[in-house]
Design a binder for this molecule. Structure first.
Ligand code: PMT
Length: 394
């Protein structure tokens, strides 16, 4: 995905062992479409050679404030002019202290002072250095100055100790950078979403379910969080990582999903992406059903319709439904929208089943239908967020 197409990112690398992870980070940011200008402190060059970054980014790597190849001799200004963001990864305790106090005694610290673009900092250090009151004071100062602090994570450290201070993984940092640069269309809004299938128990070891993977709902949760919303994701049984900044509540059955959604209210927006089972076994067996009879008849009863219930509340949030259809998309989706009294329903054609990486969707609202170009689920999720934002701000 070209999430950073046309952007230039300054990647600052300071002198810690996590500098080796910055190589993969430079590659990922470049793969996302950005031009990556790597600026290293002198200490960082003891861990990774500048040539490594040069080979990965295809651009010169900058180390010294005294570079003479810049016509005006002002690398610290030229590098940040027009940059979309500066990301420092890894950021040592020493460099964080420098930033907090506004020092500018090398190229990287100077350009951090000279920038107008956002600054993101990924700390990496020993757990005691991270926990030290001086570091915590400096980090609080940076947050106060509008700097986004990414991590650190907890776990095994290069020194062999366990604790907080590990730099986030390259993929997490690249995702955080992409998220930071998304327009904050839902800033200040609360969003509750459902995603995935539900499991309706037949007996202690068997369930009725469907093929929903949760990918569409998780992509939408990520897109809402990127857009600045406070997001609660009620997830059926799926094996997907929780998007950054999203509060996740795991449930199994439609009843559990309903209870979790009701507990998450009030909200400004409710997006029901889950493929909730319409029916459940009327009387799940207490013990495993034994094989024997040639025929087995199951009695099913209707599950509560969570979306219809939320949309009918007097304090209903803006409710967005989904409709997966294998034919007559417009007719069936619009019928569901009207039946559940929804301002917006997202229709998707699922002729090849569920669970894929891409989707083909059309939005249906009071103004008519709005087909979107087929694409990956995150790109489509961001387009849905733009549509929801227009509706909520109208
Ligand atoms: O998870 P993926 O593999 O990425 O696939 C995504 C998806 C295809 C499951 C998703 O995009 C989708 O279309 N979900 C809705 C599936 C569907 O057709 O639902 P439905 O027609 O049964 O219900 C219509 C709407 O009512 C949906 O918003 C559903 O969440 C909601 N509903 C339905 C039944 C019920 N008991 N409670 C509900 O809230």
């Amino acid at each position: 995905m070209n999430d950073l197409q046309g952007r230039r990112i300054v990647l600052g690398v300071t002198g810690g062992i996590a500098a080796y992870k910055a190589c993969e980070l430079a590659r990922l940011i470049g793969k996302a479409g950005a031009d990556v200008d790597v600026v290293m402190t002198e200490a960082a060059t003891h861990f990774v050679a500048p040539l490594t970054f040069q080979a990965l980014t295809g651009r010169p790597v900058h180390v010294s404030l005294w570079e003479t190849d810049q016509a005006n001799g002002m690398a610290h200004i030229d590098l940040v002019r027009g940059a979309a963001a500066v990301l420092i990864a890894p950021a040592t305790a020493d460099f964080i202290a420098k930033l907090a106090h506004g020092f500018a005694d090398d190229l990287l610290s100077s350009l951090c002072l000279a920038r107008e673009c956002p600054l993101l900092v990924a700390p990496a250090m020993n757990r005691q250095m991270w926990a030290h009151p001086a570091t915590q004071r400096n980090v609080a100062q940076l947050r106060n100055d509008g700097v986004e602090i990414l991590g650190p994570a907890s776990g095994e450290q290069a020194c062999g100790e366990m604790g907080e201070g590990r730099m986030l993984e390259a993929e997490e940092l690249c995702d955080a950078l992409i998220a930071h640069l998304q327009p904050k269309l839902l800033a200040g809004k609360r969003v509750v979403l459902t995603a995935g299938p539900t499991h309706e128990p037949l007996d202690p070891v068997r369930v009725l379910t469907n093929m929903s993977s949760g990918k569409m709902g998780f992509a939408l949760a990520r897109a809402c969080a990127e857009a600045g919303a406070s997001v609660t994701l009620v997830a059926g049984p799926v094996c997907l990582p929780t998007p950054a900044g999203v509060t996740r509540i795991d449930v199994r059955s439609a009843f559990e999903m309903r209870d979790a959604v009701l507990a998450a209210l009030p909200t400004d927006i409710f997006v029901s992406v889950a493929a909730v089972a319409d029916y459940r076994p009327a009387a799940p067996a207490t013990h495993k059903i034994k094989k024997g009879a040639e025929r087995l008849t199951l009695e099913l009863v209707a599950n509560p319709d969570i979306l219809a219930e939320i949309a009918a509340r007097p304090d209903a949030p803006l409710c967005v439904g989904f409709a997966a259809e294998s034919q007559n998309l417009a007719e069936y989706a619009e019928a569901k929208r009207r039946a559940k009294k929804l301002p917006l329903i997202v229709g998707n054609l699922v002729q090849d089943g569920l669970g894929g990486e891409t989707n083909q969707i059309t939005l249906f609202d009071a103004a008519g239908s709005h087909p979107l170009p087929a694409g990956d689920k995150l790109t489509l999720a961001r387009a849905i967020v733009r549509h929801i934002a227009e509706m909520i701000h109208a």
